[in-house]
Design a protein around this ligand. Sequence first.
Ligand code: C2E
Ligand code: MG
Ligand code: MG
Ligand code: MG
Length: 291
Amino acid sequence: TAKQQGKAGFVRYVDGMREPVLAHMRLGGELRRALENDEFRVVYQPIMRLDDYRLIGVEALVRWDHPARGVVGPAEFIPAAERTGLIVPLGRFVLRETCRQAAAWLAEFGPDALREAGLNVSARQLHDPDFVAEVTSALTDSGLPCERLVLEVTESAVLRGQQVSRALYELDRMGIRLALDDFGTGESSLSLLRAFPAAIIKLDKSFVDGIEIDDGRPAAADARQAVARAVIQLADALGLDTVAEGVECPEQVTVLRELGYTVGQGYHLAQPMTAADVSTLLARQQPAGII
Ligand code: C2E
Ligand code: MG
Ligand code: MG
Ligand code: MG
């Protein structure tokens, strides 16, 4: 048998079993219950300008306050939510909550307080025939202008099917900005850029990692910076905005700025935080004027 009951009632997987079916069914049931019990919440990670460290936008990131396990990150439940289809109601919650919160920030701090709010959209949501209508109603109900919303999609999600590209083109036509998330890690980054109405490229963290290392060998540094350099050139040529992801130290900011990046996201700039903490940040940076 491929699976056995472990000691504490957990399922153990033997024989290199890749699909933990039973665990997913349990997780699926738990996720459904968690949705009903409002155990999900949204945190926001600021997206910052690299020259003056001012907030220019936020990315919404979902968290699960599990009654027994504490805070659970999306890596642990998004895959199961996608497989069970629960990503559709969960994603709807994140969408509506983010639009509502972004509209509230704009009302409180003015139109220059933040340029946009982004959220992640999975392939499964893009396949849902109701997705575009749900986005429309989230915008209408919140009063958030279309151009303030960014939908982040990964290359692999975009690559899957007709329905997906139709949805993406419709969203683009509505004035919503689409971001290619984790750019450079997918299967066909370059051809995709011609076929997909992206407005923003998010350079994956893996191309920021180590970018600042100075071992005294310029050729080695050039090699580590090669992808980041190529991506900004491509973005500039295509007229796309960029966000460098996973910025963890000031030295990376320096190198990214030298390469031409103006906007970043990462623990060095700001951690994901509650909406209340974003409000504090917005209140504090208010007097400095227009972004
Ligand atoms: P992502 O969209 O690429 O989001 C960035 C992730 O990197 C976040 O992890 C963020 O906390 C983390 N991060 C930010 N700065 C740094 C840094 O400097 N260093 C490191 N090591 N990590 C950093 P998180 O919140 O755990 O989310 C992981 C992924 O889960 C996201 O990656 C996204 O793909 C997915 N996700 C999160 N929320 C949602 C959601 O509401 N819906 C969907 N479909 N996916 C979501
Ligand atoms: Mg993202
Ligand atoms: Mg990302
Ligand atoms: Mg990433």
